[in-house]
Structure formats: structure tokens, C-alpha cells
Design a protein around this ligand. Structure first.
Ligand code: HEM
Length: 353
């Protein structure tokens, strides 16, 4: 149901862009919507980053899967239980570039009445294929927005079309991203366990990106567009001096661009924002050093409390009456540096408006 609805929405978006180009609304679909999408992307991401950065981290909660730094003769697992900031950076690096924790992904299956876990690297492979191909495609697209094209983009282009199959040569990343996307989609559709926990917000980005990739592939290999005219438009967009080229560009380009604009605007408000969220994840970005360094809860605030002395002063009569012994040696405390945990609904002073 959710998958079907997501597909219908993406098809509707394609139809909207197609009609827009038939009606020759080039300024709207070639300039206004891309700029709006880009602005929503930038400000939406900034909003996300600022709101993530403002969330206090009351507890030290790094996920650890190895021996923490301990006595000198006990081997410390630096990546699994980082102690210093550098070790955290290293762990983050492997997480971000190689999806290290996903590599540990397991498959759970019922065999008769037994729950059996097995190795499952397919998800990791599909995710790596998809993300790296996406990154390389985005980098290659820089050629549309620059003149002259930076040499490393030219090299990347050359490597990506290394096999020189077809005219224009087929990019390896085009095939890999399609393979990755189809795998990620089929996994949600076919595996009943994953299907059960999948929502529209899981399918929609997959269909949307599939739409972008397919329209891009069609544009390059089948309905070839006038790349010269496209570059006139994209260079204009990049230099904030946009104009619609005289030579018409085929509808498939406007479909591609519209889907990209929708993706950009949707990005900060969707699960895709894990791209920045990962950096703010306390289970990843904290060092497991809480035995060595005191972690102060930023929500802590001074709390007025009764010391035993004050309690005894207040209830002395009643205690005596009830025969409870009075501790004459207890003294008033000098410093009231007591803290308590955050109580929901009772904002600490520094968070009060
Ligand atoms: C999320 C961002 C984008 C993705 C994932 C994407 C994906 C693709 C893919 C897979 C292709 C097939 C050929 C290739 O791999 O280069 C392609 C081609 C193309 N894309 Fe994109 N694209 C994106 C953004 C854009 C933007 C912002 C523009 C222009 C404003 C654009 C314009 C084009 C053009 C003109 C082609 C055809 C290039 C050629 O004929 O060589 N794309 N795109």
C-alpha cells in the first residue's frame, strides 16, 4: 500500500514536470523550482544541524563492541571502544566511508522453532554500491556547472566510462546505482520482516531517486538532450545569472531537474538527513572515557534540598515525641552544590525562556 502510494506520487511528479515542459513553463521548471528546492535544502539542513547541535547530551552512551581502555596489560580495542577524540574520528571515518557497523548486520531466521542468526552482507553491499555510485555521479555532474571543467572531474569521468561500451560510453556507476537501488527496493518489498517495518517514507525516497537515475540514464543514452543548451542553463544557475537557452531542451531534462528539486526540498525533512545526523549521533561521536573523565550532564541545575541537619531542625519535636533518636553531631552543610536529574516539565533555569 505504502509502496504503491509512493510510486504513484513519483509518477505524478513526473507527469507534472512533463506537462510543465509541454506548456513551455521553462522559467518555472528550469529556474524557479530548482532555486526554491536548493534554498529549502540549504536552510532545511542548517535548521537541522542547529537543532541537532542544541540537544544536550546528558549521558555518555557510545556504543561499544570491544574492550574499553583499562589496565595497561589489557588490550584496548581502539575502534570498538574509542578513548580519545582521534579514536572517535577514526571510528567515524570507517563508519561514514565504509558503513562499518552495517557490515556486522545479521540475518535472523526461524528454523523450525529455533531462531538462527547468520551472516548477511548483502545489505551492506547494496548500501555501499548505492551511496558510492551516488557520490561519484554527483561529482561527475560538476562538469555541468563549471567551465572549464576541473581536471579531477575529467579523470573521474574517464575512469567511470573505462570500458568504453556504447556511444556515449556507459558509466559503471549508472549500472551500479541501478543495481543498488533495485536491491534496496526489492529487499523492502520481498522480505516479509523488512516489509512489515517499512513505511511510505522508506519507499518514497527510493522511488524518487530511481526516477532521477532512470530519467538521467534515458537522457544520456536514449532521448539524447542538447548538452550544450543544458550547460548554458546550468552555468547560468550556478553563477546566479540564470536564463533559458534559445535552443529548446527536451522534456526529459525538465523531468530530471524537477525530481532533483523535489528531492532537495524533501531531503532535510526525511530520513535522508542521516547524512548529517550521523555526525551528531551520541552513540557514535562520544569517547568511551567516562571512567577517566567526568561527564557533566548539561541538564543538571542546582536544586534546593533539605540537608539532614535542616530536616532534624524542622521535625525535632515530632521526632522526639515519636522517640526517634536525634543525631547531635550532624552539622549544617557549608556548600549547597547539589544537583539532581532533569525532571520532565520542570525546565532547568538555563533552559527557561
Ligand atoms: C540528486 C542529484 C542527481 C542525480 C542522482 C542525477 C543522476 C543522473 C544520472 C544517473 C544520469 C545518467 C548519466 C550520468 O550518470 O551522468 C544523469 C544525467 C544527467 N543529469 Fe543528472 N542527476 C542529478 C542532478 C542533476 C542536476 C541538478 C542536473 C542539472 C541541473 C542534472 C542534469 C543531468 C544531465 C543534463 C544529464 C545527461 C548528461 C549526459 O547526457 O551526459 N542532473 N543524472
Amino acid at each position: 500500500m505504502e509502496a504503491g502510494l509512493s510510486l504513484v506520487i513519483v509518477i505524478a511528479l513526473i507527469i507534472i514536470a512533463y506537462i510543465g515542459s509541454l506548456l513551455e513553463l521553462y522559467t518555472l521548471f528550469g529556474i524557479v523550482i530548482p532555486y526554491v528546492g536548493f534554498l529549502v535544502f540549504i536552510f532545511g539542513l542548517l535548521y537541522r544541524i542547529i537543532s541537532y547541535a542544541k540537544v544536550p547530551q546528558p549521558f555518555k552512551i557510545p556504543t561499544t563492541c570491544g574492550q574499553q581502555k583499562s589496565l595497561p596489560w589489557i588490550k584496548h580495542s581502539r575502534l570498538e571502544s574509542p578513548f580519545t577524540t582521534w579514536e572517535v574520528v577514526l571510528r567515524m571515518f570507517f563508519e561514514i566511508f565504509f558503513f562499518r557497523s552495517l557490515f556486522r548486520n545479521l540475518r535472523a531466521e526461524l528454523q523450525g522453532r529455533r531462531l538462527v542468526y547468520g551472516s548477511a552482507k548483502w545489505l551492506w553491499l547494496g548500501a555501499i554500491l548505492f551511496h558510492f555510485s551516488f557520490l561519484i555521479i554527483m561529482l561527475r555532474h560538476i562538469r555541468l556547472f563549471t567551465n572549464p571543467v576541473p581536471s579531477f572531474i575529467v579523470t573521474l569521468d574517464y575512469i567511470d566510462s573505462f570500458f568504453h561500451l556504447g556511444i556515449p560510453p556507459i558509466y559503471i556507476t549508472d549500472l551500479l546505482i541501478l543495481a543498488g537501488l533495485v536491491f534496496l527496493l526489492l529487499r523492502r518489498l520481498i522480505d516479509p520482516k523488512v516489509n512489515y517495518i517499512s513505511y511510505g517514507s522508506d519507499y518514497f525516497p527510493l522511488f524518487l531517486i530511481l526516477g532521477i537515475v532512470l530519467s538521467g540514464v534515458l537522457m544520456r543514452y536514449i532521448f539524447k538532450v542538447d548538452v550544450y543548451a543544458v550547460k548554458q542553463l546550468t552555468l547560468g544557475l550556478a553563477t546566479f545569472n540564470p536564463s533559458i537557452p534559445k535552443a529548446p531542451i527536451r522534456s526529459i531534462f525538465y523531468i530530471h531537474l524537477f525530481l532533483v528539486s523535489v528531492l532537495a526540498a524533501y531531503f532535510p525533512f526525511s530520513k535522508l538527513v542521516h547524512m548529517v545526523g550521523i555526525f551528531f549521533s551520541p552513540t557514535r561521536n562520544m569517547a568511551n572515557n567516562n571512567r577517566a573523565v567526568r561527564h557533566v550532564n548539561p541538564w543538571d541545575y542546582p536544586v534546593k534540598h533539605y540537608t539532614y541537619y535542616e530536616y532534624q531542625q524542622k521535625f525535632r519535636d515530632k521526632m522526639e515525641e515519636a522517640g526517634i533518636s536525634i543525631d547531635e553531631e550532624v552539622e549544617p552543610e557549608k556548600e549547597h552544590e547539589w544537583y539532581s536529574l532533569y525532571i520532565p516539565g520542570k525546565e532547568p533555569p538555563h533552559l527557561r525562556k
